[in-house]
Design a protein around this ligand. Structure first.
Ligand SMILES: Cc1cc2nc3c(=O)[nH]c(=O)nc-3n(C[C@H](O)[C@H](O)[C@H](O)COP(=O)(O)O)c2cc1C
Ligand code: SF4
Ligand code: SF4
Length: 245
């Protein structure tokens, strides 16, 4: 079984590749309004794919995992996609599964292309493609079982809570804006995994003070009308699909 959460397609691509290799169910967390209970076949591996979020996992993913039930689990493999560095992201996911009295997961870090345009520039299309070729090779090694699992150092684990604490501030939605170029297609409203956006006269506005900060709305907007403060203005948008084309 492969469970995934993806905003801009990196983790979705990885999940699809794992599913092709190992079969079983392919589960998109965004299709679940409520936490669920999952049953695995005898000996089946539970694969989890999600994106790195301030050296941890996002609020939506964390709460889905905390509240969902997992039965007959003997082995867990977690792949955390990231823009470059996972920090102590492995420690937080290990803790989460151990708190649920599930087996300790084997964690892999997979550097792909960053979508965090609030802090970093999105690389050019040429560099994106190069990074994804590299990621594809690493993913093949994970699937073949020849890639070394990721293990953060003791020091990084000590620093991780401080880094991840910054995510709470990043979740504030008041800095989202919509430009006049908005064509009122409603895609951002439809796609938001936590229903933080609504429309007034077809124009989107944020109804929740905090969201998951996944940036799905910002990167998928067909006319790049969504920004977060000024930092994302004049910044490229990124989706795995657009890079693959
Ligand atoms: C809120 C947020 C925080 C992020 N923090 C990190 C980080 O600490 N380190 C990193 O390498 N990438 C970070 N990223 C980049 C994503 O983890 C990376 O682009 C990921 O592959 C996106 O996956 P997706 O396309 O499946 O959504 C962050 C992205 C978001 C939206
Ligand atoms: S996705 Fe973009 S164009 Fe469509 S409604 Fe939202 S902001 Fe407007
Ligand atoms: S409002 Fe945008 S960034 Fe926030 S959770 Fe929804 S899609 Fe993600």
């Amino acid at each position: 079984m492969v469970i995934y959460y993806s905003a801009t397609g990196n983790s979705k691509h990885v999940a699809i590749k794992l599913h092709e290799a190992f079969q079983g169910k392919l589960v998109d967390v965004c299709n679940f309004e409520e936490p669920a209970t999952f049953y695995l076949e005898d000996g089946e591996t539970l694969f989890l794919v999600t994106f790195n979020c301030f050296w941890g996992i996002s609020n939506h993913m964390e709460s889905f995992l905390q509240k969902s039930g997992f039965n007959n689990v003997s082995k867990i493999v977690v792949i955390i996609t990231c823009g470059g560095y996972l920090g102590g992201g492995d420690a937080s996911i290990e803790k989460l599964f151990l708190e649920k009295e599930l087996p300790k997961p084997t964690v892999y870090a997979l550097a792909m292309v960053t979508n965090y345009s609030i802090l970093h520039d999105i690389p050019s299309l040429e560099i994106q493609k190069r990074k994804l070729i590299h990621a594809e090779k690493a993913l093949s090694k994970i699937i073949q079982g020849t890639q070394k699992p990721y293990r953060s150092s003791w020091l990084i684990r000590r620093l991780t809570p401080n880094i991840h604490a910054r995510y709470e501030k990043a979740r504030i939605t008041s800095l989202f804006t919509v430009d006049r170029s908005c064509i009122r297609c409603g895609l951002c409203v439809k796609n938001c995994p936590v229903h933080a956006i609504e429309t007034k006269e077809n124009k989107p506005f944020w109804v929740s003070p905090k969201c998951d900060n996944c940036l799905r709305c910002l990167h998928h907007c067909p006319v790049a009308a969504i920004n977060y403060g000024d930092s994302t203005r004049n910044c490229l948008r990124y989706t795995y699909e657009s890079c693959e084309r």
